[in-house]
Write a protein that binds this ligand. Sequence first.
Ligand code: ZN
Length: 397
Amino acid sequence: MRRLAFVLLIAAASAAAQTPITIRAGTLIDGRGGVQRNVTVTIEGSKISHIGAANGTPTHDFSRLTLLPGLIDTHVHIDGHFGKDGRASNTGETPAQRALYAAENAYVTLMAGFTTVQSIGSAMDLDLRDAIARGTLPGPRVLTSAAQLTDTRLSTDSIRGWVRATAARGADLIKLFASKSIREGGDQTMTDAQIEATCSEAKTVGKRVWVHAHAASAVRAATRSGCTAVAHGSQVTDAELAEMSRTGTFFEPNIGLVSQNYIENKSRYLGIGNYDEAGFKFMEDGLAVKLAMFKRALKTPGLKIIMGTDAVAGAHGQNAREIIYRVQTGGQAAMDAIVAATSLNAESLGMKDRIGAIAPGMEADLIAVDGDPLKDITALRRVVFVMKGGKVFLGGR
Ligand SMILES: [Zn+2]
């Protein structure tokens, strides 16, 4: 008897899980460069099972909307926030307060249509990642570096040990600082040998490496060491851009949100570390430098330009500003900018078979926006529906 009840329970549970959800889309942008009109997407469990001509009454009717894969941001600092004094220094905070601010950031990021982020990163991200993965707390899927490798005094052997230890703690990737901050001029800090040790050891333990690098020499070293991605790159020349293209190194310029956000919130940062007047001058002058660099990057054939914002305190939930700026100011084609923020980003995370595209077998990470972002890229900030792994977190019919 007990056994029968158990069997019935299992049957009921699997029937509930099997009931497909259908979404009708007026326009579907698949994340790989394709567009379809008037289609129905079927979702079973956490995955997309079918895409076909629109028919029947869908669970969610988005005939007047555009459906896209959930957006991906390869570079955030998910715990960055303004504390109770309104400042980014967050003095006198408890770990619980910090954790709750991070949960708020995760929430606003998901509501903005970003279903996966890579946070590079602090130790607290590990717990946030696992909490969101339990399925109740609304937030994007989180990948994290858990720490940042910044100590230039480490020997190459010590660096290799640091990489192994960080991987063992559960980090999804390694974050390396190979140059100074843009607020300090961006010169190379780690030697070529230190950069090589980081990226070769990470490869050995199956981890990717994101390299913070402004100076051209640091970008060159990262590219030649087989590192996964270069972030920032404000001082690269055409030679480094071509070399990244040749080696397949992902390039993540951050031109449309991070510096703008610092400048918009200057009073909340000024006086903390290198956030001084000279640092702000570097950032203000850097806007034009980075824009010109991006335009050169766009002209580099085959360069894999991914979409990361470097979102910090004040910027969370505004991640799509980076995409909008790239299109409106940088001159990138809207489709290319969308592909960068979806399938290309997924590739850079080593997840291209799971996320970043609308296709059968992929995770059902889907968003609907009001408008057609191919005609008006600002539609990406009008997110009216968010599904992650087949579960609806925002909107509906
Ligand atoms: Zn960063």
